[in-house]
Design a protein around this ligand. Structure first.
Ligand SMILES: CC(C)=CCC/C(C)=C/CC/C(C)=C/COP(=O)(O)OP(=O)(O)O
Ligand SMILES: [Zn+2]
Length: 375
């Protein structure tokens, strides 16, 4: 560990420790609802620096409200109205006039449509054009580009797989030829997955790879022992929070990227010794409660940072991933409450689909809707 890394680690400990030593606050439901409702006016929240991320802002707002059971028809209507103006000429979505169709923008738009869970929203998608466009972003080795001439990484492959999964298009001819082999090559010597073969393992890319590998039925080909070790090492022994990579700092958003990876790992477990919990969920929950909930509502990376919509979304998804256990029945995900002792604090938090980052019910409704449509 370098001197700078050690200093950053010690500073983070020094800042977080007093928050963890305070009496536990529990889940600040009302403050989060207030934070989210104030971010709806105007809709979507106008962060000028995030002009190229408007569909992401819509997704973060919608999924946070949906997890809390507070997504109203009025907000869904505004989302559909806005997303209708973001449809691109080739079946993907843009961030508005002058922006290109982008696979991650499209992923955020498709998830937002899924969260609306009604036919008006589903009708924004032209399934055949969307799948044809995904096909146009496929590289010869089975990986994907984020847009024409754009960069290639496991986020793009995951987005393609997740979009196709939600519109019941995973079996579109040759769309995912080679994708599983390519993703498996992203597993590194450390055990986690990188954005591209030969680069550094990271929690975000590990989630992307495991989720896509699970949909493509390749989990038995993952090297599970180094993966389990790497996932376990993401939890800071003192703070309880999770980091994204070796020698880096804890951050609330990895409660989902790494937490959901742990759930995906458990989903594919095939023996009792394999199902031993890889992280201590009570300690993670305490990190989120004590360090990621500023008094203003919303959730954050770590103190003293302010809350933001990205961290609100992924901390809530992370809490949901702790609060539920998942199992596969006929290739569909089923969730049940886990025995997490403080689950009573947030009984209305919906179970999140470990691949699709939306409540399980919304994912299931969308798949059912699109499976009845011919391409
Ligand atoms: C579907 C989709 C878009 C998924 C995104 C997955 C994701 C979060 C990828 C992270 C990429 C990355 C290398 C971040 C490092 O940031 P950093 O150096 O600021 O953070 P760190 O110190 O915690 O590694
Ligand atoms: Zn973060």
């Amino acid at each position: 560990m370098s001197f700078e890394t050690l200093r950053a680690y010690e500073q983070t400990n020094a800042v977080c420790k007093p928050f963890l030593d305070k009496p536990s606050t529990g889940f600040a439901l009302d403050a989060h609802i207030k934070f989210l409702e104030s971010s709806l006016k105007p809709f979507p929240a106008p962060y000028t620096v995030l002009d190229a991320s408007k569909t992401w802002i819509i997704y973060w707002e919608l999924v946070s409200l949906a997890l809390l059971g507070r997504l109203t028809d009025d907000v869904k209507e505004q989302a559909v109205h806005t997303l209708a103006t973001f449809r691109g000429p080739n079946g993907g979505f843009t961030n508005g006039l002058g922006h290109k169709e982008h696979i991650l923008t499209t992923y955020a738009a498709v998830l937002s449509i899924c969260l609306c869970n009604n036919s008006e929203a589903y009708d924004l998608i032209d399934k055949k054009r969307l799948l044809d466009w995904l096909m146009s972003l496929r590289n010869a080795d089975g990986s994907f580009r984020v847009h024409d001439e754009g960069e290639c990484d496991s986020r793009a492959s995951y987005a393609a797989v997740c979009i196709a999964y939600l519109v019941d298009g995973v079996n579109y001819p040759h769309l995912f030829d080679g994708t599983l082999d390519w993703l498996l090559q992203c597993q590194t010597y450390e055990g986690g997955f990188a954005g591209n073969p030969g680069t550094e393992a990271h929690g975000g890319y590990t989630f992307c790879s495991l989720a896509a590998i699970s949909v493509l039925n390749g989990s038995s080909r993952v090297r599970r022992i180094p993966l389990a070790r790497w996932l376990t090492q993401r939890q800071d022994a003192i703070l309880g929070g999770l980091s994204g990579r070796t020698n880096k700092l804890v951050d609330g958003c990895y409660s989902w990227w790494v937490g959901a990876s742990v759930n995906l790992f458990a989903l594919e477990a095939n023996s009792d010794s394999d199902t031993r919990p890889l992280i201590k969920s009570e300690k993670l929950q305490e990190y989120i409660y004590q360090c990621c909930q500023p008094a203003t509502g919303g959730l954050r990376d770590k103190p003293p940072k302010p809350a933001d919509l990205y961290h609100t979304c992924y901390c809530l998804l992370g809490l949901s991933s702790i609060a539920h256990n998942y199992r596969l029945v006929d290739n569909r995900v089923h969730a049940q409450n886990s025995s997490s002792p403080r689950y009573d604090d947030y009984p209305s938090l919906q179970p999140a689909h470990p691949v699709c980052c939306v409540p399980v019910n919304d994912a299931e409704s969308m798949i059912t809707h699109f499976s009845s449509l011919q391409c």
